[in-house]
Structure formats: structure tokens, C-alpha cells
Design a protein around this ligand. Structure first.
Ligand code: 6GU
Length: 262
């Protein structure tokens, strides 16, 4: 997969040299190209922002540098078009589903902004030629989209074939479609069996795969109920067996969160 990022802080992306994503790049699975937006700002100050039409606080990123920068990236391979991802707190939520969708694309172009965002005509211009997604990584406001790009590249990159070893696949991630969809993963333990007086749950040492699977599901249900009541409420009742329902009935849940219909 090719990934391009245009930013006034390309140095923000140094973490992409490290760890899982760094390895994926060394192995040629991920081909990252970083671009300095100011290379396409031609005045002496290399200005990329200006005051907003209609007034109000802050500054807006000018369309001209973005247009020239995006054109230059598109020209790098005229045979393909990248999916353009514009990070913004007013975008659609970035989810595991969207990460999987992006992982199936040959080419992504991220355009993280500073200030109050990019002049909207830029999104209109490229939206008529390729897919342009405005995407948010959560309900809080960052100083700029760079960290959001790091979040998305890591979430997408680990899904690319060959990035995670056979030993650890992404199929049982929390939020991945499948049997445990929308259940959080429960607690995990490793050696030693006792640490500072805390013991590893006996069932995990039992070697009894059926009991271990049941215990893990119980813990997943408990943790989801405790931390993410809205995920529990959204579970398909058909996905809950008799044991699940008994466990949930025994938890002290708000009235509307355990029935699955509410
Ligand atoms: Cl994508 N950008 C900024 N600046 N803030 C955010 C965000 C993105 N997602 C959540 N908050």
C-alpha cells in the first residue's frame, strides 16, 4: 500500500519509522511518502493560512498550496487515484470497520490540517475526482490532524497482509467483525502464576479449552458492561446464549443496557 501525507509538520511522522509500521516499511508492505505543504506556498513567508470569510476566531488553510500539493501527489501515479482522508473533528468517526476498508485500498492520501481546517473548496474539488473522507478519531479536539494520521496509519497498517505474524492475527480484535464483534477483550495474564499476592485465575491454568473460552467470554461481557454500556445495549440478542443472559442478569446494570433492544 502507498500512503502519502501532506503536512506543515512532516517531522511529526518520525514514529512511522519505528516498531510494527517501521518493519512493514522496511519489508516494502507499506510505502510512505511525506510532503511539506509549504513547498507549494510561494510567497517569501511560505504562507499557508489566512483569516476566515465571515469572521470568527482562528485561521483557515488557503486552498492554493493544498491544491498544488495534492495535484503533485496525484501526478506521482496517474494510473491510480488515492482515497483522500481529511482528518477533522467534524468528520465521520474512524472505526475498525473504516480501518479495514482503508486496508483494502492501494493508495491513501492524508491531508492533516492545523488552525481551523482547510478551505472547504479543496474537498469539493477533489471530491468530484476521487473519494474524499472527512474523518475524526474521537470526540475531543487535537491541535492538528497529524496525531490522527498516526492513529489511522497504525490501525490500517497492522491489517495489511504480512504485517502481523501468523501467531497474532487481527481476526479476534475488539471491534473486528465476527463472533465477538462489539465485545471488549477481557484481562490477560502471563507468568509467574502469582505476583505480589495476586493469582492468575485458576481456569487459565487448567488446560480446559472449553472452560477457558467460556471464562473469556464472561470477562468480555463483564468488561463491556462496565466500560461501554452503549456497546452492550447494541448487541444483537441473537448473539447471546442462555449463559450470557444469566451472567448479564446477575450484573448490576442500568435498566436499559442488558436487554439488547435498547
Ligand atoms: Cl482528525 N483532528 C483534530 N484536529 N482533532 C480531532 C480529530 C482530528 N479527531 C478528533 N479530534
Amino acid at each position: 500500500m502507498r500512503v502519502d501525507v501532506i503536512s506543515i509538520f512532516p517531522e511529526y511522522f518520525a514514529p512511522l519509522d519505528v516498531s510494527l509500521i517501521g518493519k512493514a516499511r522496511e519489508r516494502g508492505i507499506l510505502d510512505v511518502h511525506l510532503h511539506q505543504l509549504r513547498d507549494w506556498a510561494h510567497d517569501v513567508h511560505r504562507t499557508v493560512d489566512d483569516t476566515p470569510y465571515g469572521g470568527g476566531p482562528g485561521m483557515v488553510m488557503k486552498p492554493d498550496p493544498w491544491g498544488e500539493a495534492i495535484d503533485a501527489v496525484l501526478d506521482a501515479d496517474p494510473t491510480t487515484r488515492p482515497r483522500i482522508i481529511v482528518p477533522t473533528p467534524s468528520g465521520v468517526p474512524f472505526t475498525q470497520r473504516l480501518a479495514m476498508e482503508y486496508a483494502a485500498e492501494p493508495w491513501l492520501l492524508f491531508t492533516p490540517a492545523r488552525y481551523e481546517g482547510i478551505d472547504s473548496r479543496v474537498m469539493a474539488e477533489y471530491g468530484s475526482r476521487t473519494r474524499v473522507d472527512e474523518v475524526s478519531v474521537g470526540d475531543y479536539v487535537l491541535a492538528g490532524g497529524e496525531v490522527a494520521v498516526l492513529v489511522m496509519v497504525e490501525a490500517v497498517g497492522r491489517l495489511l497482509p504480512g504485517v502481523l505474524g501468523n501467531a497474532r492475527s487481527a481476526v479476534d480484535d475488539s471491534f473486528a467483525p465476527g463472533a465477538m464483534e462489539n465485545l471488549l477483550e477481557g484481562p490477560v495474564y502471563t507468568k509467574p502464576p502469582e505476583w505480589r499476592g495476586h493469582e492468575v485465575p485458576e481456569v487459565l491454568l487448567s488446560g480446559h479449552h472449553g472452560r477457558i473460552a467460556r471464562w473469556r467470554r464472561d470477562e468480555a461481557l463483564r468488561r463491556t458492561a462496565k466500560n461501554r454500556g452503549e456497546l452492550l445495549a447494541a448487541l444483537d440478542p441473537e448473539s447471546l446464549d442462555k449463559h450470557d443472559r444469566k451472567l448479564l442478569a446477575e450484573l448490576d446494570l442500568p435498566a436499559d443496557s442488558a436487554s439488547g433492544d435498547g
